[in-house]
Design a protein around this ligand. Structure first.
Ligand code: SF4
Length: 338
């Protein structure tokens, strides 16, 4: 039976019967999805270190879900300190005691790369003010480059290092932390050697269920995982950085000023931004942006839903496989006005 009792001494979360049935099936290795038969070579969790993926790691470590062989964290090099602290804690208190290695992999440092004229940069979704006053955004390439790519590379290397071809039918099961409130973001993998599994959806767990479970484990303070200066932050996240972490606030304000004319590589190669770039949606320098509350004028102009996004940003942070960035680019690339 699933070891729900092992959640003690923390108060066990109240789990409705369907959850327990699903947990039982999963713990017994009974697949309740259309997926994988035959057996995967290994199971890897894509660990963003936010609420949902932390939940999957803990459920596996507890024996409530089957054991994963690896948890892979793609480090953009610019996560808030709170995320790195949380990751260390996950490793020390949950993963290592359960014999689950956390692999920290990286494609580079997103902040440094944006400011390095000699480095090709996969652009962040910056808010643009075009010369004619029209707002826009640059293409979001960063999630693919800094999160998806290093995870895929690592899985491929663990499975069959290049240039060896992965034999037909050989695959890895990749767990992705998407809860029921975001089920529409669940996707199949785009390569044959990986099959995505979404255990939280299988278990019918919402984000609130995950938070309740993490709270029961003493992990109520699990942070949102996303780059410190992600332009998808809402006012609440910017305020939190400003008020709780002055050094990190100074860092993002400095970065915001540094990318005003576009990323360094684009400028160095003559591919200048025809407008100005900002981290905040208001397209005002971050240290002057209206982050204390959504003004009545903004609410009237945006409507309630968009005004909420302005306040809360992207609720679950940035996940490698389901980045919650909702904006479509209206500039072709960083440095090129459409
Ligand atoms: S958190 Fe934001 S800046 Fe960082 S990779 Fe995701 S979308 Fe890009």
């Amino acid at each position: 039976m699933p070891r729900l009792a092992s959640l003690a001494p923390h108060p066990a979360p109240a789990l409705p019967r369907p959850y327990i049935t699903a947990l039982f099936h999963l713990a017994q290795g009974i697949s309740i999805s259309r997926s994988p038969s035959p057996t995967p070579q290994f199971r890897a969790l894509s660990l963003g270190a936010g609420v949902q993926s932390s939940t999957l790691l803990a459920l596996s470590a507890e024996g409530i879900l089957p054991k994963i062989d690896y948890a892979i964290f793609a480090d953009t090099g610019w996560e808030p300190e709170s995320v790195y602290r949380h990751l260390d804690r996950l490793e020390e208190e949950i993963a290592t005691p359960a014999g689950i290695p956390i692999l920290r992999v990286s494609s580079g440092n997103i902040r440094d790369d944006a400011l390095n004229p000699d480095h090709r940069f996969a652009s962040m979704p910056l808010h643009i003010l075009n010369r004619d006053g029209r707002p826009g955004m640059t293409r979001r390439q960063c999630t693919g480059e800094y999160k998806v790519k290093p995870i895929k590379k690592t899985i491929r290397k663990l499975l069959y290092p290049y240039p060896t071809r992965v034999p037909k039918g050989v695959f890895v099961e990749q767990w992705i932390g998407i809860s029921t409130d975001e089920f529409h973001r669940a996707k199949d993998a785009d390569v044959q050697y990986m099959r995505n599994l979404h255990p939280l959806i299988e278990m019918d767990w919402s984000r609130s269920d995950c938070v309740r479970y993490l709270t029961s484990l003493g992990l109520a303070d699990t942070p949102k995982s996303s780059c410190l200066g992600c332009p998808f932050h809402g006012n609440a996240q910017w305020r939190h950085i400003r008020d709780a972490s002055p050094a990190e606030w100074e860092d993002v304000v400095e970065f915001d000023a540094a990318i005003r004319q576009g990323n360094a590589r684009a400028n160095a190669t003559g591919n200048k931004l025809l407008g100005e770039a900002f981290l905040h949606r208001s397209r005002v320098p971050l240290d002057q942006a209206p982050i204390d509350h959504v003004t009545a004028a903004e609410r009237a102009a945006l409507g309630d839903e968009a005004a909420s996004a302005l306040e809360d940003g992207v609720v679950n942070g940035c996940s490698p496989w389901s980045c919650r960035g909702e904006a479509d680019p209206v500039q072709d690339d960083f440095g090129l006005t459409a």
